[in-house]
Design a protein around this ligand. Sequence first.
Ligand code: SF4
Ligand code: SF4
Length: 419
Amino acid sequence: METNLAARYANTPEGREAESILRACVHCGFCTATCPTYQLLGDELDGPRGRIYLIKQVLEGVAPSARTQLHLDRCLTCRSCETTCPSGVRYGRLVDIGRKIVDDRVGRSALDGVRRSALRRGLLSKSLFGGALALGRLAKRLLPAGLAASIPDAPAAGAWPAERHARRVLIPRGCVQPSLAPNIDAATARVLDRARISAIAVTGGGCCGALSYHLSEHDEARGFARRNIDGWWPHIEQGIEAIVVTASGCGVMVRDYGHLLASDPAYAHKAERVASLARDPVEIVAAEWTTLLPQLAPGRNARRLVFHPPCTLQHGMQIRGVAERLLQAAGHSVLPVADAHLCCGSAGTYSVLQPGISQQLKANKLRALEAPGPELVATANIGCMTHLQSGTSLPVRHWIELIDRGLAMEPAAASAGPG
Ligand code: SF4
Ligand code: SF4
């Protein structure tokens, strides 16, 4: 699609990048059919092709309005449209550029600004978030059922294996996951230990930057990326072979660090290296499966389950079907689910900022997940886990916890925690 950039964007890196993305779009509309917001709202401007058109208009000089902003805000950044697109249009990148430009031009109401700022502060501060969660758990019995359901219980993390193998990886402890579900990282470390890989927990880092980036706070996101790179770099110099990011929502962001910091001469090279080392647990476990499979007790804790592939895994990283195959090979019955490509409505802060659409998507997703009659829902991202758990009595677990439980209980040298 030919685009004539307005003078104010013509010589900016974002303008040039957006122009090259727009050039790939042939306006065929195939993507519209798989867009969850178009399916719900039925408005072309709430689908990818319509949003692309809006962004193109703005880049060509049309003044954006609050309406333009609303259509972009309603996008989940689920990137289902990227998976569908036959022309390889990088929609996710385009909508991030478009949102930033529109936000800078249109601004936010005072209330919306306060809400977004409070969300960022609350979720990005480990102490604030952890404290609020601990209070919520204490008061859970006194809260209305709907609110109480959104506060997950705290499962015990279990032991973290001592460092004893020559092969080593990093597991960064993210901002919200260690408080919400500390067992996920520990279970990953135990599974990797059985694959003769030691996992080193990095506790000093912070948010991957995704939350800020998708709220158009790009500089803040770059700051988080630099802080993480500084924290991880000494381990990289000492020879770790991968950075295992156990939440796919964060993993997809870390994989983008090279792009994020491409114009920062002090960090561009390091960011590329970090991005190249980022792995989802599913990639490592699949690669080490021949070592792990003989250690799995046949039928141990085997469940009838459904797998919800997070958008960040299936569309962002383009990893599809692997966790399902591993769970099946580990003895579980993985039941088919309709419309598995559709978002559950969690999408970072979307569930707070667009609650109506988010709740409808959650209800639709849970209906599809519960239809085959599973005992449990497995997934790969903490955001999807907590979002789905708030609407179902079925347990919702990270798939790695099921592999961890399936491993025979041979003693592994272990420490009490990740340090
Ligand atoms: S499917 Fe791809 S090329 Fe077709 S309209 Fe959507 S983004 Fe453009
Ligand atoms: S990212 Fe998801 S919600 Fe946004 S336009 Fe693409 S398919 Fe639709």
